[in-house]
Design a protein around this ligand. Structure first.
Ligand SMILES: O=C(O)CCC(=O)C(=O)O
Ligand SMILES: [Fe+2]
Length: 200
């Protein structure tokens, strides 16, 4: 396995949770390999979102995989998890080894270019394990990622590099929102995988 240990792990938020940036955990070669494999082997579909009370179809595409056909409900849509692919199981093993946690499902997002992003939210749906770790693995374009404290409104941003791993855990989702801001400078696609634990 191409596991690197060159990078120190950095804490991204100053209080009220744990967001750990591991930097690049995959070689550039492996990162490109998985980006291409995920592009073609994942069942990508447009997502629904509620913006100002209106149900819209996003330009971004999503997919949902897991141990069992878990139902996952967000923005008034329910999706059933598809069975793991070979690549997702390989990536899950890497992320589990790095983070020392286990996951039973994965939400995938495909942003075709910088015009697509994700609005402020926290991942605290009732189906998710409370305070469970969420492991975010990125491929393709490097993109900025931001956190905003729900009370103080303090914001912190980092660059999520291709091949990098970010872990959000403890009570992060209770106190902080996060988003992927749109940007004019990115012209190429990015794929993000968030490994999660669903409680059924
Ligand atoms: O694309 C990302 O880096 C984050 C996606 C995200 O926040 C989510 O899927 O909940
Ligand atoms: Fe999220």
């Amino acid at each position: 396995m191409d596991l690197f240990n060159r990078n120190p792990i950095t804490q991204i938020i100053p209080f009220d949770g744990d967001v750990l940036y591991y930097g690049k955990v995959l070689s550039d070669k492996k990162t490109l390999y998985y980006f291409e494999r995920l592009m073609e082997s994942i069942t990508w579909e447009h997502d629904n979102a509620i913006i100002f009370g209106k149900l819209i179809v996003t330009k971004r595409k999503v997919a949902w995989y897991g141990d069992k056909p878990f139902d996952y409900t967000y923005s008034k849509t329910t999706k059933s998890a598809l069975p793991w692919t070979k690549e997702l199981l390989e990536l899950k093993a890497i992320v589990e080894a790095k983070s020392g946690e286990t996951y039973n499902s994965c939400l995938l997002n495909l942003y075709h270019n910088g015009s697509e992003g994700m609005a402020w939210h926290s991942d605290a749906e009732k189906d998710l394990k409370k305070n469970g770790a969420i492991a975010s693995l990125s491929f393709g374009a490097d993109r900025k990622f931001s956190f905003k404290h729900k009370e103080s409104k303090q914001t912190v941003s980092i660059l999520l590099e291709k091949g990098s791993l970010l872990i959000m855990k403890a009570d992060t989702q209770t106190h902080w929102l996060h988003r992927l801001p749109p940007t004019k400078t990115v012209k190429t696609p990015r794929i993000n995988l968030t490994f999660r634990t669903i409680v059924s």
